[in-house]
Design a protein around this ligand. Structure first.
Ligand code: SAM
Length: 290
C-alpha cells in the first residue's frame, strides 16, 4: 500500500469515513521521499527504537518500522485507530498508544516500552503543539538520542535561531540550553494533504549531555526568560519583572552586576549575557529580595 500517494490516502480515509481535523493539525505527508529521509536521520544505528507523536495514517510510522527494532506511536485521534490497523497491520514491531502527547508521561512510556534501548523521537508534529511540546520534551530531559521533527518553517527558524538574534524567542533559549539544534531540510506545502498555507522544515535536536550554560536555578532562569520574551519590545528593566516578580530596584542592581544596560531588550541579549543577568537576579532572590 503506497501511503504517500494522495489518491491512496483519500481512498483509505473515505473508506473509513474520516474527515481531516484542522484543530488537530492533520496535514498528512503525501510525498514519497520525505518520510524515508526523516527515518534515516533519526535511526542512525542498528537496533534503535522509535517514538512517534501523531502517526496519522502511518506513513512515517511505516518507514520507522522498516528500520527500527520497535516503534511506539502516540495518537490522540481515536478515529485513526481502525485506519492504522489496516495500514500497519503487517508490522509486528509497531504499537499504537492512545493519548495526548502533551499529557502522557512520556519518560515512563519510554522506560516501559523500550527498557534501556536507544530511542529516537521522530514525528511530523501537529503545528498547534510544536513549541510547548518541544519545551516539555527538553525540560523533562526525555531519555532520547535525538528529536527529529517536521515543524512549520517559521517555527524551525525560531527553534534553531541564534540566541540574541531577531528570530529568537524563549523556546530558542530552551533549545540552545538543552540541545544542539540543526535544520535538516525544507519541505514544501505541496508535500501534504491537505496542503497547509506555509512550508515546513525537518529539524533535529540532539540533547546535550550537560546543559550548555551555568544556570544557577533552571526554574528561575526560564521564568525570567519566558516572562521577558512575552514583553520582548520592552526593556529588560521592565520585562524581567513579569516572570520573576522582582522590583525595578532589585532588577536595576542585577542588570548592573551583569554589566548590561537597563535599556537593553531581552531579544538582543546573547546566551552569556542572559545567564549572567538571570544568575545575578537569582542571587538577590535567594537573599530574600523582592
Ligand atoms: N505522521 C502523520 C504524517 O506525517 O502524515 C500525521 C502528521 S499530522 C501533522 C499530526 C498528527 O498528530 C495527526 O495524526 C493528529 O491526529 C495527531 N495529534 C494531534 N494532536 C495530538 C496530540 N496532542 N497528541 C498526539 N497526537 C496528536
Amino acid at each position: 500500500m503506497n501511503l504517500s500517494s494522495p489518491s491512496v490516502v483519500q481512498k483509505i480515509l473515505s473508506e473509513h469515513g474520516f474527515h481531516f481535523s484542522k484543530a488537530l493539525g492533520q496535514n498528512f505527508l503525501t510525498d514519497a521521499s520525505v518520510c524515508p529521509r526523516m527515518a534515516e536521520h533519526a535511526l542512525v544505528r542498528d537496533g534503535m527504537c522509535a517514538l512517534e507523536i501523531g502517526p496519522g495514517i502511518g506513513v512515517l510510522t511505516k518507514e520507522l518500522a522498516l528500520r527500527a527494532q520497535k516503534v511506539v506511536a502516540v495518537e490522540l485521534d481515536r478515529r485513526l485507530f481502525p485506519v492504522l490497523e489496516q495500514t500497519l497491520g503487517e508490522f509486528s514491531n509497531v504499537k499504537v498508544v492512545e493519548g495526548d502527547a502533551m499529557k502522557l508521561p512520556l519518560a515512563e512510556l519510554i522506560r516501559e516500552e523500550f527498557g534501556g534501548q536507544k530511542v529516537a523521537l521522530c514525528a511530523n508534529l501537529p503545528y498547534y503543539i510544536t513549541s510547548p511540546l518541544i519545551m516539555r520534551l527538553l525540560e523533562e530531559k526525555l531519555p532520547v538520542e535525538s528529536i527529529t521533527v517536521m515543524v512549520q518553517k517559521e517555527a524551525a527558524e525560531r527553534l534553531c535561531a541564534k540566541v540574541g538574534s531577531r528570530d529568537s524567542g524563549a523556546v530558542t533559549v530552551a533549545v540552545d540550553y538543552y540541545a544542539e539544534p540543526k535544520i535538516l531540510f525544507g519541505v514544501g506545502r505541496g508535500c501534504f494533504t491537505p496542503a497547509p498555507k506555509v512550508d515546513s522544515c525537518v529539524i533535529q535536536l540532539t540533547p546535550r549531555k550537560q546543559p550548555k550554560y551555568p544556570v544557577e536555578d533552571e526554574a528561575f532562569f526560564f521564568a525570567l526568560v519566558r516572562g521577558a520574551f512575552s514583553q520582548r519590545r520592552k526593556t529588560i528593566l521592565n520585562s524581567a519583572s513579569v516572570g520573576t516578580g522582582l522590583s525595578r530596584e532589585v532588577l536595576q542592581k542585577a542588570i548592573a552586576d551583569a554589566g548590561l544596560l537597563p535599556t537593553a531588550r531581552i531579544e538582543t541579549l546573547n546566551a552569556e549575557d542572559l545567564v549572567r543577568f538571570a544568575n545575578a537576579a537569582y542571587r538577590y532572590r535567594k537573599e530574600g529580595a523582592k
